[in-house]
Design a protein around this ligand. Structure first.
Ligand code: TXA
Ligand code: MG
Length: 333
C-alpha cells in the first residue's frame, strides 16, 4: 500500500540531506540511497554504505526539467523529446556533463546520468531540497535491489541515517538507461519502457549496443543476485528437480502440477509464515508489468526460504519482457 511522508519526516529528511547525510527514499522503480549530489563527502558515504567500487557512476535525481542544464550540456533534441515524454518516470538519460559535476558522481567520465522520478515522496523531497540527489539503488553492491523499505533495512541496516517507508515501489525494477551522448539513443540498461516507445518518442532508431559503452554496473554480467543458487529453467527442468525431491523454490507463472509443494501466490500479499516441507512454488503474475512489480519482493522472499536452489521459469522473449529477462539472466548468472 502506498504511504505518504509526514510534514515532520519531510523536514527531517531534507535537513539530513543538507547536512550531508544518507537517506533511503522510495522511487517508482526501486528504493534509492540518496545524498546531496554536490557534496563530495556525502556522495563518498554512498559508496561506503553500499560497498560499491568508487569508479561506478551514480544517477543524479532532480525535481524538474529546468534543472537539467545545471548538470548536463549539449543536450540533443531527441533527448529532450525523451525527457518530455517519459519524465517524471522510470527513465535515466546519460548526457554530457557540466564541468561542475563531481568525479565521484560520473566515475570520472565526461557524462552524467539524470533522472526525474515520479514517486510523490521523492518528488516532495526534491522540491524542498532544491538540488540534485545522487541515488543508486539502496542495497549492498551485487545484492537484490530493494522494492520495499524492509529490503533496505535488511541490506543496509544502520549504514543509513534514515529510511523513509513509502510502501512497495510501483514499477519494481530499475529505470531504463538511455545513452544520449551520440547522434542516436542507445539503451544501456533495459527497464519497463519498450524500445518501440523510445524510438517513437525520440523520432530516431535506437543504436545497437557496442563495446565502448560507458560503465554501467547494472550491465555487469552477475548482478541483482540472490544468495541462493539461481537458475533459469523450463517446465521439464522444474518437474525433474521436483521429482528428485530437491530442496528448491520455484518462481513460475503457472500453477504446479504436483501437490506436495508449498504454494505461495505472489498476487496475494499476506501468506502464512509456517513452512513445512522443502519444496516451494511461488506463482508469479502473468502480465509483464505485474511481474516486474513483484519480482524483487519474490526474489527476496525466495532467498529467505534458504532452499538449495531457486528455479525461475523462463518468461516470454518479447519486447515488453526485456527488462525482466535482463534481471532474470543476471540473477542466475
Ligand atoms: O531506477 C533507478 O535507476 C534506481 C533509482 C533509485 O533511481 N537507481 C539505480 O541506480 O538503479 P544504480 O546506481 O543502482 O544503477 C544506476 C546505473 C549504474 O549501473 C551506473 O553505472 C549507471 O547507472 N550510470 C550512472 N551514471 C552513468 C554514466 N554517466 N554513464 C554510464 N552509466 C551510468
Ligand atoms: Mg543497483
Amino acid at each position: 500500500m502506498y504511504r505518504d511522508i509526514s510534514k515532520k519526516q519531510l523536514e527531517t529528511t531534507v535537513a539530513l540531506l543538507q547536512q550531508g547525510g544518507l537517506v533511503a527514499l522510495p522511487t517508482e522503480t526501486v528504493y534509492g540511497l540518496a545524498a546531496d549530489a554536490s557534496n563530495e563527502h556525502a556522495v563518498s558515504k554512498i559508496f561506503k554504505a553500499k560497498g560499491r567500487p568508487s569508479n561506478h557512476p551514480v544517477i543524479v535525481h532532480v525535481g524538474s526539467i529546468d534543472q537539467l542544464n545545471q548538470w548536463a550540456k549539449d543536450i540533443p533534441d531527441y533527448a529532450l523529446k525523451l525527457a518530455k515524454t517519459f519524465w517524471p518516470g522510470p527513465m535515466t538519460l546519460i548526457l554530457k556533463k557540466q564541468k561542475s559535476v563531481l568525479d565521484a558522481i560520473t566515475g570520472g567520465q565526461d557524462s552524467v546520468g539524470i533522472r526525474i522520478p515520479s514517486n510523490p515522496i521523492m518528488q516532495k523531497v526534491l522540491q524542498r531540497f532544491d538540488g540534485g540527489l545522487a541515488a543508486p539503488s539502496a542495497n549492498r553492491f551485487g545484492h537484490i535491489s530493494p522494492s520495499s523499505a524492509r529490503h533496505v533495512k535488511q541490506s543496509l541496516g544502520d549504514n543509513v541515517d534514515l529510511i523513509i517507508d513509502g510502501g512497495p515501489t510501483s514499477i519494481g525494477i530499475e529505470s531504463t538507461i538511455i545513452d544520449c551522448t551520440g547522434n542516436h539513443p542507445r539503451i544501456l540498461r533495459h527497464g519497463m519502457i519498450t524500445e518501440n516507445d523510445i524510438e517513437k518518442a525520440a523520432g530516431l532508431t535506437i543504436l545497437k549496443n557496442t563495446s565502448d559503452a560507458p560503465r554501467v554496473s547494472g550491465a555487469l554480467k552477475s548482478h541483482y543476485s540472490p544468495v541462493t543458487k539461481t537458475f533459469l529453467a523450463n517446465a521439464q527442468d522444474i518437474t525433474k528437480h521436483l521429482q528428485d525431491n530437491r530442496s528448491i523454490v520455484v518462481l513460475s507463472r503457472s500453477k504446479p502440477n504436483v501437490n506436495k509443494v508449498i504454494i505461495h501466490d505472489a498476487r496475494i500479499p499476506t501468506r502464512s509464515t509456517q513452512y513445512q516441507g522443502k519444496q516451494h512454488w511461488i506463482i508469479m503474475p502473468n502480465d509483464a508489468q505485474a511481474y516486474a512489480h513483484s519480482l524483487y519482493e519474490q526474489l527476496h522472499f525466495a532467498d529467505n526460504l534458504a532452499c538449495d536452489a531457486l528455479l525461475i521459469e523462463e518468461v516470454p522473449n518479447t519486447m515488453r519482457w526485456k527488462g525482466i529477462n535482463d534481471r532474470l539472466k543476471k540473477a542466475s548468472a
